[in-house]
Design a protein around this ligand. Sequence first.
Ligand SMILES: Cc1cc2nc3c(=O)[nH]c(=O)nc-3n(C[C@H](O)[C@H](O)[C@H](O)COP(=O)(O)OP(=O)(O)OC[C@H]3O[C@@H](n4cnc5c(N)ncnc54)[C@H](O)[C@@H]3O)c2cc1C
Length: 295
Amino acid sequence: MYDIKALYEAESVAHAVQLLLEHPEAQIIAGGSDVLVQMREGKRAGKELVSIYGLDEIRGVSLEEDGTIRIGSLTSFSHITKDPIIQAHINVLGQAVDQVGGPQIRNIGTIGGNTCNGVTSADSASTLFAWDAIIEITGPEGVRRTPIQNFYIKAGQVDLRPGELQTGILIPKASYEGYEGHYIKYAMRNAMDIATTGCSVNVKLSADKSTMEDVRIAYGVAGPIPMRAVTAEAYAKGKPTTQAEIKAFARTVLEDINPRDSWRAAKDFRQHIAVVLAERALTESIRLAGGVIHE
Ligand SMILES: Cc1cc2nc3c(=O)[nH]c(=O)nc-3n(C[C@H](O)[C@H](O)[C@H](O)COP(=O)(O)OP(=O)(O)OC[C@H]3O[C@@H](n4cnc5c(N)ncnc54)[C@H](O)[C@@H]3O)c2cc1C
C-alpha cells in the first residue's frame, strides 16, 4: 500500500541534517498527513523518507526572553489551539488551525508540515503571514531565519536547501503586542474541506479606539501562494473605524489579490468572497480590540 524504499528515523535535529545530506533524494516526513496520502496515490512511490516526528526538541510553544513566541515546527494543530501562550497573545492562530480537516488530522498534522508543503490553502499560512512570522531553518551551515513572505517561493516550493529542515516559527513581540485578529475560512463544507479562500486580519487601534493605527491582512487561495494585501493595508492606516472605511478597505484588496478559476470556484466568485471576508474579518478584529464601528 505504501511503496517506501527506506525510512530513516532522526534522533536529533543535527542527526536529521546528517541523514538528509547522506540521502539527498530522501523526503522529510513529520506527521505524514500529506506525505503518506501522496505516497498511497503513487505520487512519491519508491521514495526514501527521513522521519523527524520523534524530535521533541522542536515540538511545543514557548515565550522567549524578548517576548518572541516560538512555535516548534513539529507542534500539532490541536496543541496550538489549546496552548495558553497562543491563547493569550495570538489566539487567532489557534482558531485558524482548529479549522484544519478533522480531529485526527489536527492531532497528527504539524504546523511545520502545513507551511513546508508550499500550498496556498494551508490554514495556518495566511494567519502566519498576517503576524509577520519568521521561519527558522536548520541545516549544514547552522540556523538561518527568513520572513515567511520569502520562505514561499512558488506553488508547492519553499526555501529549503539541501540538508535543511524547518525547526521553528517565530512571532516577534512587536508583531503581536497591541493587535487583535480574526481568521475566516470560506469552504464548501464546514469540516474536512480545504479553503476556497481564507482571510486573516490583524488590527491595532489608537488609544481612544477610534482609529486604525495598523491593519495587516493576508489571504490563502488568492494567488499561487499565501499573500498579503498591501495596498489595502496602506489604505487602512490612520483611517477611522467607520463602516464606510471598512468597506472601502475591503474593496481595495482587489488591487492586490490574483485568484484563479478552478473546479472549486471561479475567479470572480473568489474575488467577491475575498472582499466580503476582508470586511467581516476586519469588523470582528476591531470588535475584539475593543473598538466601536460608527456609521
Ligand atoms: C483528510 C485531510 C484533510 C486535510 N484538511 C486540511 C485543511 O482543512 N487545511 C489544511 O491546511 N490542511 C489540510 N490537510 C493537509 C495536512 O493535514 C496539513 O498540510 C498538515 O499540516 C501537514 O503536516 P504533517 O506534519 O502531516 O506533514 P507531512 O505530511 O509529514 O509533510 C508535509 C510536507 O512538508 C515537509 N515537511 C514536514 N515537516 C517539515 C519540516 N519540519 N521541515 C521541512 N520540511 C518538512 C514534508 O517533506 C512534506 O513535503 C488535510 C489532510 C488530510 C489528509
